[in-house]
Design a protein around this ligand. Structure first.
Ligand code: ZN
Length: 115
């Protein structure tokens, strides 16, 4: 408690005011910390939102009681109702024809009239 903290503050102020390398580094450090403090909640919010979306896409809701359970389960863990699996095996289009067996007819047509 011998030294007054005023001298320390004066030194820091001098570092900040004088265009020295140390003052610039200190300013960059403060700016970086402030940026991280500002951006961290946004990043956490975004990550949480993405995680929630991923989790939601892997959940299936029981049609009888509304309990959410992971996909791949055959029955609801709460009420035992058989969960439909057709949502996971839904094909392309109407789902009656597999996409690998479907054929697309392409007919050539003359476009443009070059004389
Ligand atoms: Zn259920």
């Amino acid at each position: 408690m011998n030294r007054p903290p005023a001298l320390l503050w004066f030194g820091i102020l001098l570092l900040l005011l004088l265009p020295t390398a140390a003052g610039r580094v200190l300013l960059d450090l403060v700016g970086g910390v402030a940026l991280v403090l500002l951006a961290l909640p946004l990043l956490l919010t975004g990550a949480g939102w993405i995680g929630w979306k991923v989790l939601k896409s892997r959940l299936v809701t029981c049609p009888a009681c509304g309990t959410a359970s992971l996909k791949g389960q055959t029955s609801c863990p709460a009420c035992g109702t058989a969960l439909g699996q057709e949502s996971t095996s839904a094909g392309v289009g109407d789902g009656s024809i597999p996409a690998s067996d479907a054929t697309i007819d392409v007919t050539a047509q003359d476009v443009g009239s070059e004389s």
